[in-house]
Write a protein that binds this ligand. Structure first.
Ligand code: FES
Ligand code: FES
Length: 163
């Protein structure tokens, strides 16, 4: 069956966009190939690893399982949205200061899932953090440093750094 083309309108990283897309275009491919934002990573391409996590209206979403057409009219945030005038966000600083990244491939997904958590729950417990990051996999390391990074980010957020 022929694929339909539609106009997608959304707010991406604070800016309004209109793009002609095919109905079956994945959000991950829209971000990386149509828009050219490659911070969002392709890992498993099947909903298993969380590397492709972005925020849709502040909720973490796996972009490899989401059609771009489904974010019509939504607010979409990728990892590229977090740095403001060269200043790292609280979550980015937390991962940097607590050594929450090794190879870094999974890190954009962890960072966006963590940013979504802090927007919903600025003072998460360890269990809250584990639950929020339960869909994200890191193949390099254990998760202790990552949990420390999110706790550090929560402290920075409480001190006024944007999440
Ligand atoms: S690439 Fe989307 S969950 Fe792995
Ligand atoms: S830091 Fe390498 S996969 Fe997580």
């Amino acid at each position: 069956m022929a694929c339909m083309v539609r106009l997608l309108q959304c707010t991406l990283n604070g800016r309004q966009r209109s793009d002609a897309i095919s109905d079956n275009l994945l959000l991950l491919d829209y971000l990386r190939e149509t828009v050219g934002l490659t911070g969002t990573k392709t890992g498993c391409d099947g909903g298993e690893c969380g590397a492709c996590t972005v925020l849709v209206d502040d909720q973490p979403r796996l972009s490899c399982l989401t059609l771009a057409a489904a974010v019509e009219g939504c607010r979409l945030d990728t990892v590229e949205s977090l740095t403001t005038d060269g200043r790292l966000s609280a979550v980015q600083r937390g991962f940097h200061e607590k050594l929450g990244a090794q190879c870094g491939y999974c890190t954009p997904g962890f960072i966006m899932a963590s940013a979504g958590l802090l927007r919903r729950n600025p003072r998460p417990s360890d269990d809250d953090i584990r639950q929020a990051l339960g869909s994200n996999i890191c193949r390099c390391t254990g998760y202790v440093k990552i949990i420390e990074a999110v706790k550090c980010a929560a402290d920075l957020y409480a001190a006024g750094v944007s999440p």
